[in-house]
Design a protein around this ligand. Structure first.
Ligand SMILES: NC(=O)c1ccc[n+]([C@@H]2O[C@H](COP(=O)([O-])OP(=O)(O)OC[C@H]3O[C@@H](n4cnc5c(N)ncnc54)[C@H](O)[C@@H]3O)[C@@H](O)[C@H]2O)c1
Length: 360
């Protein structure tokens, strides 16, 4: 896999910078990928994962950092896109020394890259990394951080779902709609609360019995089904994937009865072409990276000194952005996922080029 832009690179620009970091004593092997700083410093989390190979780690960081550039652009943030991976099993090698060594590499980039939590890294880890660098978000509340980002992720998903409902049924209200939530984890639980408050009927599933118990205790009216396949086949109006990636695939899309898909999970489309399959079946897909941007909006706010109300206001605007994307998709005759990419690329180009104006 090449790092530099090539003729088959799908993006408009290619990655700006990819940094390999190593500290043998602590077993740190990290790769920081900066896709774009057109809109500002790159922001994206650190994934700590036991990749099968260095190539797999590199492929993931290139993919994820590019995704963050698009997500941050459409979230209206003055931030570019980046991501980092630490190659190793966090249960085996995560230590204070490793995290602090990693923090020093982040600091060495002088603010071109801000890190945050991702799979395998937590708020407590960010507090350790912050002992070596200023360029870290997702810290604990005691350290001026934003805390659990699932709060505004769920709020943003709810806003995106409302915009999709308006597009399909003429009203953003979910009152009386049947919404299927796959995954009652951190985001799925908050989302269920917003849906119930709005008067929706919620049908849900989770593989973890504790999540089902949470639903029975807190929302006894929520109907629980055996698994995701049963949820997809159920008589629902909206499908909200809130568990793992790849929820929209060659098996689930043909079986899906919902008119709208809007959920928190990252990378919901299992492979290119699924967005077309959804469109052909008349299912409106609110792109995952647009509607789940509330979390990055929440942690990005730390850079200004965290203010929950300001961050919530920004996450509320996911309604307007989703509406704009759905209209653009109609106008340009493309699936919403394509319209979202176009809008993100436009903002990166239009605002990014302003740096060319000499300030004297
Ligand atoms: N937390 C955030 O701020 C945030 C931000 C953006 C995107 N996301 C994405 O949203 C999704 C949910 O995030 P989260 O923070 O709630 O994670 P989480 O781990 O708290 O919750 C995931 C839930 O899904 C359940 N699950 C796993 N496999 C399942 C299956 N096959 N069928 C049904 N349920 C299953 C798990 O038991 C768990 O309850 C993830 O894809 C995540 O990447 C989260």
């Amino acid at each position: 896999m090449g790092v530099f832009v090539s003729t088959d690179d799908p993006g408009p620009a290619g990655h700006e910078q990819v940094v390999f970091c190593q500290d043998r004593q602590s077993d740190l092997k990290a790769i920081i990928g900066i896709y774009s700083t057109a809109l500002g410093p790159a922001l994206g989390g650190t994934r700590f994962y036991p990749y099968a190979s260095e190539e797999a780690a590199l492929a993931d960081v290139l993919d994820l950092s590019r995704g963050m550039a698009y997500k941050n652009a459409l979230a209206g943030l003055d931030l570019g896109g980046g991501k980092a991976v630490i190659w190793g099993d966090p249960d085996q090698v995560k230590s204070e020394a490793l995290l602090r060594a990693y923090g020093r590499f982040v600091q060495s980039l002088g603010g071109r890259y801000y890190t945050a939590c991702d799979v395998g890294t937590y708020v407590a880890d960010m507090d350790v990394i912050a002992r070596e660098t200023r360029y870290v978000t997702g810290r604990s509340v005691e350290h001026g951080g934003a805390g659990d980002s699932s709060v505004l992720t769920a709020w943003g998903v709810f806003q995106g779902m409302r915009a999709a409902a308006e597009h399909v049924w003429g009203s953003p209200s979910l009152r009386g709609r049947r919404v299927g939530v796959a995954g009652l984890g951190k985001v799925g639980r908050h989302l269920t609360g917003h849906l119930v408050d709005d008067g929706a009927e919620v049908v849900a599933t989770d593989v973890d019995p504790r999540a089902l118990e949470w639903a029975r205790t807190n929302h006894p009216a929520v109907a629980l089904v055996a698994d995701t396949a049963a949820l997809v086949a159920a008589d629902i109006d909206v499908y909200a994937p809130c568990a793992l990636g790849g929820a929209l695939n060659d098996d689930s899309v043909p079986a899906l009865r919902a008119r709208v898909v809007a959920g928190a999970a990252n990378n919901q489309l299992a492979h290119p072409g699924i967005e077309k399959l959804l469109a052909d079946r008349g299912i409106l897909y609110a792109p995952d990276y647009v509607v789940n941007a509330g979390g990055v909006i929440q942690v990005a706010d730390e850079i200004e000194g965290f203010n929950f109300d300001r961050a919530k206001l920004r996450a509320t605007r996911i309604f307007d952005t989703t509406r704009q994307i759905l209209r653009l998709a109609d106008d340009e005759g493309v699936p919403p996922a394509v319209a979202a990419d176009r809008l993100a690329e436009r903002r990166m180009a239009d605002v990014g080029r302003l740096r060319a104006i000499h300030l004297g």
